[in-house]
Design a protein around this ligand. Structure first.
Ligand code: ATP
Length: 298
C-alpha cells in the first residue's frame, strides 16, 4: 500500500543544475573558442539499488539512468519490484543498498525531502483524497501546496475532467479517479513526474488520451518515469524501457530494441537437476543443453 504525498511545494522550471556542479559559464574556455554548453546532469541516477522486505528481496542490484526530458518506463509483471523502486526514488521508502540521485538530491536524505518534493509530481496507485470535496476543490487545494502551480482549469482540461469539476470525489468512476490522480500529479508543474500504472482502469480511449497528455508533457520538457505492466503502453510512450523481473533488470533499451526480441533468434537453455539420475552421458549426468530455436526448425 502506498502513502500519498499531500504536502510540499514545487518550484517552477527550468530545473537548476545539480548543486555543486560547475556551470558552463564557470568553466574556463580556450581563447577564441566558443564555450560548449555543459551537458545537463541526468534527472535520475540509480546504481546497485537493493531493497528487501524481511526475506523478500524486492529489488536486487538495479542500475539505470534517466536523462532530462526523457520518458523512461519500468515494465514488468505484478510483484516485479517496480513500485518499490519508484517509492525509493520518491523518498517514501528507505533503500538497503546502492546509490540514488533524483534531480541532484538523494531521496534517502530526509533533510532534503522538501527540496525534492518541490520539484517532483506523483501519480500513485491509490488515491487518498477527501471524498466529500469536488474535483475542482481537490485540485485547487493541492495547488495551494505549490508556489508556482499550473492553472486549475488548465489541469482539469488536460486530465480530461472537463464537465466533472463539480462532482464529489466519492462519486467518480474508477477511470475518473485515475484522471484526478493525474491532475494532482500535474498541478505543481513538476520538472520530474512519476507515474505508477497511470492508465490502470482506463478504457481504451482514455488510455490513448492519457498517452497524449504524457507525450505533451514530454514536449514541454518534463522528465517522466512510469511503471507499467503493458508493452503497448511502454511502446507508445517511452524513449527507453527497463524490463524488471524478480527485482532485477532483465533488459534495457528502446521500445523497439525490447519489442524486437520476438523476432530475434531465441536461445533455449535446459539445466538438469543438481542430483541427477543416471543419464545418457558417460559421466552418468545429463548435460546442460543449449541451442538456438532456428537450428531446430528444419
Ligand atoms: P505491481 O505491478 O503488482 O504493483 P510491483 O512490480 O510494483 O508490482 P512491488 O509492489 O514493488 O512490485 O513488490 C515487489 C515485491 O515486494 C513483491 O514480492 C511484494 O509482495 C513485496 N512487497 C512490496 N511491498 C511490501 C511491503 N510493504 N511489505 C512486504 N513485502 C512487500
Amino acid at each position: 500500500m502506498r502513502t500519498q504525498l499531500t504536502a510540499g511545494a514545487v518550484g517552477s522550471r527550468p530545473v537548476s543544475a545539480r548543486p555543486g556542479a560547475p556551470s558552463a559559464s564557470a568553466m574556463p574556455s580556450p581563447a577564441g573558442a566558443a564555450a560548449a554548453p555543459a551537458p545537463a546532469p541526468a534527472a535520475v541516477v540509480v546504481a546497485g539499488l537493493g531493497k528487501s522486505y524481511g526475506r523478500v528481496q524486492a529489488v536486487r542490484g538495479v542500475s539505470f539512468t534517466v536523462q532530462r526530458g526523457e520518458i523512461f518506463a519500468l515494465l514488468g509483471p505484478n510483484g516485479a519490484g517496480k513500485t518499490t523502486i519508484l517509492e525509493i526514488l520518491e523518498g517514501f521508502r528507505a533503500r538497503d543498498a546502492g546509490r540514488v540521485d533524483v534531480l541532484g538530491i538523494d531521496p534517502g536524505d530526509r533533510s532534503a525531502g522538501r527540496a525534492l518534493r518541490e520539484r517532483i509530481g506523483l501519480v500513485l496507485q491509490d488515491i487518498a483524497v477527501e471524498p466529500y470535496l469536488t474535483v475542482r476543490e481537490t485540485i485547487a487545494r493541492n495547488a495551494g501546496y505549490y508556489p508556482a502551480p499550473r492553472d486549475v482549469g488548465e489541469v482539469i482540461g488536460l486530465a480530461g475532467l472537463a464537465g466533472q469539476e463539480r462532482k464529489k470525489v466519492r462519486n467518480l468512476s474508477g477511470g475518473q479517479k485515475r484522471r484526478l490522480d493525474l491532475a494532482l500529479g500535474l498541478i505543481g508543474n513538476p520538472a520530474l513526474l512519476f507515474l505508477d500504472e497511470p492508465t490502470t482502469g482506463f478504457d481504451p480511449n482514455a488510455r490513448r488520451d492519457a498517452w497524449h497528455i504524457v507525450c505533451g508533457l514530454r514536449g514541454e520538457g518534463t522528465t517522466i518515469v512510469l511503471t507499467t505492466h503493458y508493452m503497448d503502453g511502454a511502446q507508445a510512450l517511452a524513449d527507453r524501457v527497463a524490463v524488471i523481473s524478480g527485482g532485477q533488470i532483465a533488459a534495457t533499451g528502446t521500445p523497439s530494441d525490447i519489442g524486437g526480441r520476438d523476432t530475434a533468434r531465441a536461445r533455449i537453455r535446459f539445466a538438469g537437476p543438481r542430483r541427477c539420475p543416471p543419464g545418457p552421458t558417460s559421466s552418468g549426468c545429463w548435460r546442460t543443453a543449449s541451442w538456438s530455436a532456428s537450428s531446430m526448425s528444419s
